[in-house]
Design a binder for this molecule. Structure first.
Ligand code: SF4
Length: 340
C-alpha cells in the first residue's frame, strides 16, 4: 500500500477528483498532515467519513521507526528502520541560523566514491518520497522544534532517485506542507550530467552542490568511478548550462584527502577550472574511518589550499565539522544497523 506522506498536493487533488469528490479536500488533508500533524485518518474531523474510509483503504499513514539516536555537540544522528527492515540515517545539525537536517535518498549507493563510507554498500533500493519526507517530520516531532534547512547529502545519490526527489521537494517546500523555503534546501550530486541538465529546468530555487573532489580527470577517475562515465569537462559544461538557465550560484564540495587531491598544484588547477564561474568551493576536511585508507590533510595544508584559492579570487569556505565522534560526518553514514 502507498503512503500518504508521498503525495504532492496536486496528486491529492487528482485523487479526490478521480473519486468524484472536490479538490479542496487535498488542502484539508495537507493541513491535517503537516500543520496539525495528526497521525491517524480518524482525527481528520472535517473530512467526510466515507471519504476517509476510501483514503485509508488506498493509503497508509504509517510512519518510520526511529531505532537509535546518537548525540554529539550540536549534532544528532537518527537511525530509521524502514517498512522492509532496511535502515537509513539522517543527521540534525544545529547552526546559529537554525536547525538543518541531512537527509538520505537511497538505501546504499551505486556511485562507489572511494572515500565514502556510505557508498560501501551497493544500492539496495531508492527511498520512496514519503521515506524522505518522514525523516524531517519525525525528527521535528522528537525535537519539538522546526527544521529550517534541508540538505540531501546523506546516503545515496539523490539524482539517481530523481522523480521521488522532485516530489519530496514539492512537498517540503509547499506553504501548506513543511513550508521550507527553496533557498534553504540543497541537493548534492556527484555529477550525473543528464540530471543536472534536467534539474536546470526545475522551477524551484533549490541550491545545487556538486561533489567535485578533484581538479582533473586523472585524480577524479581514481576516487570517483562516475567520472569515467561523465568526465569533468562534461560536468562543467552541464553546470554552465545550469548557471545560465537558473542564474543561481552553485557550490562545489571538495574533500581534502592527504597526498591525493590536496597539493598546491591541485589548488591552482582547481582555481583555473572554476575561474569565472558563479560558484563557491566548500573545502571539507576528511573524516577518517577504520574501513578506508584515506588520510586527513593536516591543518597547515588545508589553510595553504584555502589561501591559494583565495589569492586566485575563488570564493571558498572550510566546512564547519560536525559529528565526527558519532560517525555522523560527511560520508560516514551507513545503511546497516549492525555496522553501527
Ligand atoms: S559520496 Fe555520495 S554519491 Fe558518492 S558513494 Fe557516497 S553517498 Fe554515493
Amino acid at each position: 500500500m502507498k503512503n500518504i506522506y508521498g503525495l504532492t498536493i496536486e496528486e491529492m487533488e487528482n485523487y479526490f477528483l478521480e473519486h468524484n469528490s472536490k479538490k479542496f479536500h487535498a488542502l484539508q488533508l495537507f493541513l491535517w498532515l503537516y500543520e496539525k500533524r495528526v497521525e491517524s485518518f480518524d482525527e481528520m474531523t472535517n473530512i467526510k467519513k466515507e471519504l476517509l474510509e476510501q483514503i485509508s483503504s488506498d493509503y497508509s499513514i504509517e510512519r518510520l521507526k526511529i531505532v537509535d539516536v546518537q548525540e554529539d555537540v550540536d549534532v544528532c544522528k537518527y537511525l530509521f528502520e524502514l517498512h522492509d527492515g532496511e535502515h537509513i540515517e539522517a543527521v540534525l545539525m544545529r547552526h546559529d541560523y537554525g536547525n538543518s537536517i541531512c537527509v538520505s535518498s537511497q538505501v546504499g549507493c551505486n556511485m562507489g566514491c572511494k572515500f565514502c563510507e556510505s557508498g560501501r554498500r551497493k544500492k539496495v533500493r531508492n527511498l520512496e518520497t514519503y521515506e524522505m519526507v518522514l525523516q524531517i517530520l519525525m525528527i521535528e516531532k522528537l525535537l519539538g522544534e522546526r527544521i529550517s534547512h534541508v540538505v540531501v547529502m546523506g546516503i545515496g545519490e539523490p539524482f539517481d532517485n530523481y522523480d521521488n526527489l522532485i516530489k519530496f521537494f514539492q512537498i517540503i517546500n509547499h506553504p501548506k506542507g513543511l513550508a521550507i523555503g527553496a533557498r534553504h534546501i540543497t541537493v548534492s550530486t556527484c555529477g550525473l550530467v543528464p540530471k543536472i541538465l534536467e534539474f536546470s529546468d526545475f522551477p524551484l530555487q533549490i541550491n545545487l552542490a556538486v561533489s567535485l573532489h578533484a581538479p582533473n580527470n586523472e585524480i577524479r577517475n581514481k576516487i570517483m568511478p562516475i567520472n569515467k562515465v561523465y568526465p569533468i569537462e562534461q560536468v562543467m559544461n552541464a553546470l554552465n548550462v545550469y548557471i545560465k538557465k537558473t542564474n543561481r550560484r552553485l557550490t562545489f564540495e571538495y574533500i581534502l584527502l592527504n597526498d591525493i587531491n590536496d597539493t598546491d598544484e591541485c589548488a591552482l588547477e582547481l582555481a583555473k577550472l572554476v575561474k569565472n564561474m558563479n560558484c563557491y568551493i566548500n573545502l571539507i576536511p576528511y573524516n577518517e574511518t577504520n574501513n578506508l585508507d584515506f588520510k586527513r590533510t593536516n591543518t597547515v595544508q588545508i589553510m595553504r589550499f584555502y589561501d591559494i584559492l583565495k589569492k586566485n579570487n575563488v570564493s571558498v569556505t572550510i566546512r564547519r565539522e560536525f559529528g565526527g565522534n558519532i560517525s555522523a560526518a560527511c560520508g560516514q553514514l551507513r545503511s546497516k544497523k549492525e555496522e553501527l
